[in-house]
Design a protein around this ligand. Structure first.
Ligand code: AGP
Length: 602
């Protein structure tokens, strides 16, 4: 995810762009850049770092010109550095553009353009677009036509802002599968990834749809169809939200917004790893001794990974809390060991230390990371990205479900490589995995009833979350979400453990959340529910079998799916429940007390 903004009018473009970029920083913040134009010359300033630092260091606010575009980046191709920051330009330096999205066929296009003599400066997929337009311009016709021809060759998602020196009165903006909205002013016009970027100047907006592009001048705006070049009539909408509401896309907190972003994030994780997963699985297949190291929510993802690996690929990884691994396992790691490190931030001190230790001992290290270019990706021998986009809320939500998505893809592919599962079954499971975003969408629709449920539970002192098999990590994660943002004591445990001690804590009205999908241990979980109910517990069951209604006070009905996919979907109601409990208790779920988004000290 990246943020883009463009301006054309009578104001100093850089001032509008810098303000807009700051409001888009939630979309990405690893690098930023601006291009403005004056007197037929482009002025470009860009670099790695956050907007405020860069504005000061590079002098963003001293850039001349009344039209320009800006970008705040969340890297997907090419590490965050000065060269990979946008704008990207063509060989002539006359075309500059910024991009939000992923160009899937950029490698082949780059090869083709290199053969035609183009020079590339960056490692980005974006730069290909500038050279492709340059190439199309050589065949004659207008810039707009050349741009359209070039864009028709791209596969993938994009929102683009384009500036061309030879056309001093206009800017182009293109949308396909990445958001883009126009801001319509008086004698000035805007475009951005999101409304807050220009809401200070105008609340009249035009939402672009997929495969549309806009030509903006100071006094006019036109929207056209990317495939035909024909003009499209669009209506202007008036935005009634406040700036603050708009930044969170109307959600009261980033956490809730991120919970709702999960279907898209999971799709991006599937999409973004489709090509690379096979080669990574082939590498993993060589190892029998596998450790998974991580902390917190990422550790819970690791536990799900263990169940997936053992069920599908007959490999049993040892999952270790990274802070324990680094002090306890040094002597058993060698060059025959594979260490899989899972970390959203890629900066968690304990996880990095475990990775460094593994490298020192000669082990191979695979990282599963969200933040591109983070330290973990530099230590690892190879990396799989979760493609969840920036997560601002301290509580991990979409980064967890995308970690699970990547681990499921990996286990599936590993089973294929090793021939450890029936091919027909693997295909079914893969189809099921592709349908998970829709299943998550259907679960998100239960938000109102979950809020009502939270109302009745907000004064409870303790919660228990139970599950068996692959649902044990879901129980742990549900409990972690609840404690970190609502400050209610919660325990997650395997349902079988109840009788060995914790049952003594159950009394009238204590909530027990039972994760009970259809599968190997369904009946056992039902017995554990009954055991708890007999002690007066208030049972909230999460499952797909109506018979759970009989034993539960509240039944959260989930759609049917393969048991191995349930961790991705079943955690969603638990996130929503924790969120509403936190809000009802007057807490800010985005900034829980005593906690930081990334724990960079031991
Ligand atoms: C979970 O909601 C927390 N934010 C925390 O447990 C987190 O998962 C842990 O600190 C690990 O962070 P990482 O994934 O960035 O390494």
């Amino acid at each position: 995810m990246c943020g883009i903004i463009g301006y054309i009018g009578d104001r100093q473009a850089c001032e509008v762009i810098v303000k807009g970029l700051k409001r888009l920083e939630y979309r990405g913040y690893d690098s930023a850049g601006i291009v403005t134009e004056e007197g037929g010359r482009l002025y470009i300033k860009k670099g790695a770092g956050r907007i405020d630092e860069l504005a000061e260091k590079l002098g963003f606010l001293e850039m001349p010109g009344k039209r320009g575009i800006g970008h705040t980046r969340w890297a997907t191709h090419g590490i965050p550095n000065d060269i990979n920051a946008h704008p990207q330009t063509d060989c002539t330096g006359k075309i500059a553009l910024v991009h939000n999205g992923i160009i899937e066929n950029y490698r082949e296009l780059r090869e083709e353009l290199l053969k035609r003599g183009h020079r590339f400066d960056s490692d980005t997929d974006t730069e290909v677009i500038a050279h492709l337009i340059e190439e199309e311009l050589k065949s004659g016709g207008s810039f707009e036509e050349a741009m359209r021809r070039a864009l028709l060759r791209l596969k993938g998602s994009l929102a683009l802002g384009i500036i061309y020196t030879e056309e001093p009165d206009r800017l182009y903006f293109v949308r396909n599968e990445s958001p883009l909205v126009l801001g319509i002013g008086e004698g000035e016009n805007f475009a951005a990834s999101d409304v807050p970027a220009f809401l200070e100047y105008t609340n009249r907006v035009v939402f672009l749809d997929d495969r549309e592009y806009a030509v903006l001048t100071k006094d006019s705006w036109t929207v056209k169809n990317l495939d035909t070049g024909e003009r499209i009539e669009k209506s202007v909408h008036k935005i009634e939200w406040s700036l603050e509401m708009a930044e969170k896309a109307g959600y009261p907190h980033f956490m809730l917004k991120e919970i709702h972003e999960q279907p898209k994030a999971i799709r991006d994780a599937l999409h973004g790893n489709a090509e690379i997963i096979h080669s990574v699985a082939e590498e993993i297949a060589k190892y029998d001794r596998i450790f998974i190291v991580a902390m917190g929510t990422s550790y819970h993802a690791g536990l799900v990974g263990k169940y997936l690996f053992q069920r599908l690929a007959r490999k049993v990884p040892i999952v270790e809390d990274a802070s324990e691994f680094r002090y306890e396992l040094e002597d058993v790691i060698d060059e025959n060991t594979l260490v899989i490190a899972i970390t959203q931030s890629g900066e968690t001190a304990d996880t990095l230390a475990a990775m460094k230790l593994a490298k020192r001992k000669g082990a191979k290290v695979l990282a599963i990371v969200n933040v591109v270019g983070s330290m973990a990706t530099r230590i690892a021998d190879f990396t799989l990205y979760t493609h969840a986009g920036p997560e601002i809320g301290v509580a991990a939500t979409k980064t967890y479900t995308t970690q699970l998505t990547v681990l499921t893809m990996l286990a599936l592919e590993l089973a294929r490589v090793l021939g450890t599962a029936d091919q027909g079954y693997l295909e079914e499971l893969e189809m099921g995995l592709k349908a998970v975003p829709e299943l998550v969408e259907s679960v998100l629709k239960h938000e109102t009833s979950l809020r009502e449920l939270a109302e009745g539970l907000k004064n409870k002192r303790d919660f228990f979350y139970i599950g068996r098999g692959i649902s044990v990590p879901t129980a742990l994660e549900g409990a972690l979400k609840l404690k970190e943002i609502s400050y209610i004591h919660a325990e997650g445990l395997s349902a079988g453990e109840l009788k060995h001690g914790p049952l003594a804590l159950l009394e009238d009205g204590v909530p027990v959340v039972a994760i009970a999908p259809s599968g190997r241990t369904f009946d056992k979980v039902v017995s554990n529910i009954e055991e708890s109910k007999a002690r007066g517990a208030y049972i909230i069951s999460v499952g797909d079998r109506a018979e759970l209604m009989r034993v539960s006070d509240v039944f959260l009905e989930m759609p049917r799916m393969d048991e191995l996919l349930t961790p991705i979907v079943y955690v969603v109601p638990l996130q929503i429940l924790a969120y509403h409990l936190a809000v009802l208790r007057g807490n800010d779920p985005d900034k829980p007390r005593n906690l930081a988004k990334s724990v960079t000290v031991e």
